[in-house]
Design a protein around this ligand. Structure first.
Ligand SMILES: [Zn+2]
Length: 137
C-alpha cells in the first residue's frame, strides 16, 4: 500500500456539503454536491426552463411550458452523476455506495485502483529516469 495515501490532506473545500473521513485510508474527504435537489437547484431549473420556453414559444406556443419536466429530469440525472463521481476516494479507490450494495465489487474496485496506480507510478518513474538520463547526456 502506498504510504502517501494515508497522509491527511491539508486542502479544505469551500462550502463542503458534507465532510467525513474515508473508512479505508483515513483521509479527510468532502462532498461539494448533495444528491438531493435544493431550492437553489430548482431556481436553476426554472431559469433554464424560461430560456427554453422563450426559444420554443414561436413553435410550440404554451405547450413549451412542459419542457420544465424534461429539464428537471435531465438536471437531476446530471446532478446525481456528478455526485457519484465524488463518492469514490481519490486516494484509495474506496466507494461507499458500492460497499453498501456489494462488498465484493467494492473490494475489486480498490484492488484495481491500486493496480492501476502502481502501473501509473511505474510509468512516471520511468519517465523521470529517462528525463534525468537525457539531461546528463
Ligand atoms: Zn480513501
Amino acid at each position: 500500500m502506498n504510504p502517501k495515501a494515508l497522509v491527511k490532506r491539508t486542502f479544505k473545500y469551500k462550502n463542503a456539503a458534507m465532510e467525513f473521513i474515508c473508512p479505508l485510508c483515513g483521509t479527510n474527504r468532502a462532498f461539494t454536491l448533495r444528491p438531493q435537489i435544493a431550492l437553489k437547484n430548482y431556481l436553476h431549473i426554472f431559469m433554464i426552463t424560461v430560456i427554453l420556453v422563450m426559444c420554443l414559444y414561436p413553435v410550440m406556443q404554451l405547450n413549451s411550458v412542459w419542457v420544465f419536466f424534461a429539464v428537471w429530469g435531465f438536471y437531476e440525472c446530471i446532478l446525481r452523476m456528478l455526485f457519484r463521481k465524488q463518492v469514490a476516494c481519490p486516494h484509495c479507490g474506496f466507494d461507499v455506495s458500492w460497499y453498501r450494495k456489494d462488498v465484493k465489487v467494492a473490494r475489486k474496485q480498490v484492488e484495481e485502483f491500486w493496480k492501476n496506480k502502481s502501473i501509473a507510478d511505474k510509468i512516471k518513474n520511468d519517465e523521470k529516469a529517462n528525463l534525468a538520463e537525457n539531461l546528463t547526456m
